[in-house]
Design a protein around this ligand. Sequence first.
Ligand code: SF4
Length: 694
Amino acid sequence: LIAAGQAQRSVATTCAYCGVGCGFVAEVKGEQVVRMVPDKSGGANAGHACVKGRFAWSYATHPDRVTTPMIRESIDAPWRQVSWDEALAYAASEFRRIQAKYGRLAVGGITSSRCTNEETYLVQKLVRAGFGNNNVDTCARVCHSPTGYGLKQTLGESAGTQDFESVLSADVVVVIGANPTDGHPVFGSLLKKRIRQGAELIVIDPRAIDLVRTPHVAAAHHLALRPGTNVAMINALAHVIVAEGLVDEAFVAERCEPEAFAAWREFVLQQENSPEVVSGITGVSADAIRTAARLYAGAGNGAIYYGLGVTEHSQGSTMVMGIANLAMATGNIGRPGVGVNPLRGQNNVQGSCDMGSFPHELPGYRSVADAAVREAFEARWGVTLDPEPGLRIPNMFDAAIAGSYKGMYVQGEDMAQSDPNTQHVQAALRSLECLVVQDIFFNETAKFAHVFLPGASFLEKDGTFTNAERRISRVRKVMEPLSGKADWQATQALAQALGVAMDYRHPSEIMDEIAALTPSFAGVSYDRLDAAGSLQWPCNDASPAGTPIMHTEQFTRGLGRFVVTEYVPTTEKVTRRFPLILTTGRILSQYNVGAQTRRTANTAWHGEDRLDIHPLDAADRGIADGDWVHIESRAGETRLRARVSERMQPGVVYTTFHFPNSGANVVTTDNSDWATNCPEYKVTAVQVSLGEQP
Ligand code: SF4
């Protein structure tokens, strides 16, 4: 290691971990990063950072990096190291062979929320222009797809309404199904600052997260609801607001569709949505529900922040719309301190969705069925586009098992570890005739691959990320790609091998094309990003400096639309055989499947996934802290060590999925959101018993 202070040059770039999108300055000597210093001029972080961004970047040069392309004819055959040209030619010929044999729709691709906007744009372009179908999806499918759907239905734009700084103007902050101090630490600090200044905090979460327990911050109002009952809770909050005359009638009359509001008002007033009835569903007292509703509706500025505890449910989209309903009803939209704010998990979840990674939408959330939109892309790309929506990720797996889907190009995503019901995913991957995996490490999904293309870390490429506040920030190359190609170059070469016209010389040219074809990005260019530091979309003639806060005068869709949000209980029931509910999440020092953080010193702090269990449930089963336990669900079984914790409520257990050997997703089921197929990671009925060390 080179001591800090010996750096020869510095490069401003953006953290590649969470959706906060902190700016960093990489200090470099030769080709080696000496340290990462939080950028004081970073638009999202103003000089702050967390342990992941500051210390967990050494994975970029970890010996596990795969830097040479590889191919094998079957998943039982040994890998052969080959040249880029041979690997790409083999992949292209296999995709064409599959399409000739099984049809145009038998192949597709998956983009990554870890990669840049430019890279995800190229992958969806390759699928649409090269494969001739819309079988492209993003790993956002399994996290925030309900946000995209729910906010578009109600507000008209598939994105959060506010910049992070807005929280400093909030009087009441409601955090639902999010754990900002672990998942979005720099924003979590901003939120805690506001709470210390005197804002009220309401936490709606099954677990006593840090915000409930931290001294001087502790939420006065913790609504510890049962997992799976979010929609009942939001309806009860709405019931109180309507029944007690707390609606902002002037805002609703001016800004929202009157018929939809009337239908919603009638719905929420039904007895089934009363706090007394909902208390029996959620386990939260009617008084606590009433108090929270009055507090939020009565605030000068009430802001809602939410995370995957909202989206990863069978009613994830319904809950997102319920949150938007509540914000519109109370007039908490369109100014600092308010809004509906999804805390995006990965660094570029927002961007991968913006870039047309969904099978029904081209870049800018415009339907593939819209002929005028297609024509614009067709004119630029020189192809004819398919007007039919393609397959979502779970549909790809189902089609693979059914035998109609045979080839897939996966960039920077590890479905075999991160997607639910691992057995089903593995069966689908095993049935493919050509799986191309592009990643920086040989991940779990690569075990089923026929072609492995080495990926590039964020330090090895130029591009942009878009964070949870729609902030587009530059990623700048710090060192040359270890494999010789950045991801966008590999995708371009694969597209060329498929006969697609692509000849970008630099990612800035890709952004220029995005801007030309996507109205909300029309004012974005690398020159403008370099001059401004970052830009928040929409950024165009109507808003040349970008848009920190949306929906200020009117909603993107014109009038806001209330949606009736009926509570439909999940089909994942607890029974005598499976009496506990398992819910999953993340911890501060690790990151998702851990491919990066597990290869850094962060592992020293948290080196394994554990099962958190309430003392009563542990005592019932004779389980002590640190014991190995056996976890069984309808989908599968695994073993973990237990952590007995009063953070849990009785009847609910919790774990993370940072380590592949923990098998958390072996037990999660393939239940999913009714609108988007986002998996129901947050509710799995399980039994837990004392077990042997595996
Ligand atoms: Fe990176 Fe998120 Fe930490 Fe910022 S808060 S340093 S973006 S992981």
